[in-house]
Design a protein around this ligand. Structure first.
Ligand SMILES: N[C@@H](CCC(=O)N[C@@H](CS)C(=O)NCC(=O)O)C(=O)O
Length: 247
């Protein structure tokens, strides 16, 4: 079989989740990274829906996985030793509950809060986009992208404040669950920790993030203070530790 192709928005945290799982399970794959909007050339134009990540398993038959959770599960089934360590059977239900909350709440709210901070600092956002568009291209297209992404995700002050609240509540629940165990499902690293840490990345800025990442030091003082608070929260400390030890 040819190497699977991972189509991404390079800096997306949902794509980081898929990338981390594939690397963790020693899958040999190729990545095709895009900027938002341009990603449609990789996804929609080829008949793979809109969103990233997409993992193309067979280019001829167009067999592909179009959701990050399915890519994580598939990656775990490909381990050379046959051990499915990311999905411990005994914890099926618990894992599914965490996964759904991380995918449905943490991922979208962390993204909206982070975009709000980027919109406040066009220079930081442009640096991310300049990697592919060049500096001039990023400056010229900046307002267009802010308008487009802002409308798509309702990136407003009010929206970001609501996201912040949701994130704090979720972090409190994760922190409480970790009071008596080193990992979310017990003694071992699993898809729950991987999903949590990758989707929390936009609000903690972990070292070892597998895609491009905004310059946290150049964000507003308020944004940096919030990131520091998330990093120091027991749940944030867990995500940072998991990045250090398991990424
Ligand atoms: N449920 C999807 C969500 C992925 C998602 O939200 N991807 C975003 C990037 S973070 C995306 O590609 N958005 C662009 C679009 O939908 O056009 C998954 O887990 O794969």
């Amino acid at each position: 079989m040819a190497r699977p192709l991972l189509i991404t928005i390079s800096f997306s945290h949902f794509c980081e989740k898929a990338r981390w799982a594939l690397e963790h399970c020693d899958v040999d794959f190729e990545e095709e990274g895009h900027l938002p909007l341009f990603h449609l050339r990789g996804t929609k134009a080829r008949g793979f829906g809109r969103s990233t990540p997409v993992l193309v398993l067979d280019k001829e038959s167009k067999h592909a996985l179009t959701d990050s959770k399915d890519i994580v599960r598939w990656a775990d089934s490909q381990r050379p030793d046959g051990q499915r360590t990311l999905f411990p059977e005994a914890h099926d239900q618990e894992l599914e509950q965490w996964r759904a909350r991380f995918d449905d709440v943490l991922g979208p709210h962390a993204r909206r809060w982070a975009y709000r901070q980027l919109f406040d600092r066009p220079k930081v956002m442009n640096a991310l986009f300049a990697e592919r568009l060049g500096r001039a291209g990023a400056w010229v297209s900046g307002p267009f992208f802010r308008g487009l992404l802002g409308r798509a995700m309702n990136v407003t002050d009010k929206g970001a404040a609501r996201s912040h609240e949701k994130l704090r509540a979720l972090f409190d629940d994760v922190g409480a669950a970790l009071e008596d165990r080193p990992f979310l499902l017990g003694d071992h690293f699993s898809a729950a920790d991987l999903t949590f840490a990758s989707l929390a990345a936009p609000i903690i800025g972990p070292e070892g993030y597998g895609g491009p990442f905004p310059a946290v030091a150049d964000l507003s003082p308020d944004a940096r203070a919030t990131i520091t608070a998330f990093r120091e929260h027991p749940a944030g400390r867990h995500a940072l530790r998991v990045y250090r030890e398991c990424r």
